[in-house]
Design a protein around this ligand. Sequence first.
Ligand SMILES: [Fe+2]
Ligand SMILES: [Fe+2]
Length: 162
Amino acid sequence: MNATRQQLQKDVMSIGEDIVLSERFEKAWRVPHHHKKGTIAQHSLDTAGYALRISRWLSRRGVSVNERETVRASLLHDIGMTEDEVFLSPSRIKAYTHPQEGSRIAREEFGVSELQADAILRHMWPIGHIPPHSIEGWVLVAADKCCSIHEIHRAFAPWARR
Ligand SMILES: [Fe+2]
Ligand SMILES: [Fe+2]
């Protein structure tokens, strides 16, 4: 792991340690993601790292982003996948149901803010059809896409750097 990624992960932990150490997140380490090449937990941690990077990039350009809201929403954005009935459903259904389930779990089990619950609910845009309301929600959309592209490339492109 390079120094930048290590620092980002440290910063993510300082904001969302309670989430990462929760039983629910523990379950996410056992839920595969992207054709069984990774887990929901690793994807969520990496998405939070990307979100922090994008937030800081925007902040340096005068766009104010609340890092705490963005990182916590990122850590929980796919937590809906840890519900068996969501995970076991076909991909085309799962794409629509996991944001709703995730938003509910985030509220009920982690007491997240309205902004975080809403960002989780809307993170699948444009597949999910409902665009984010907040800059933090847009950062999550971008971070999730960046992270997914990186994961798919790493998993399926034999020439990719590991
Ligand atoms: Fe998702
Ligand atoms: Fe995701």
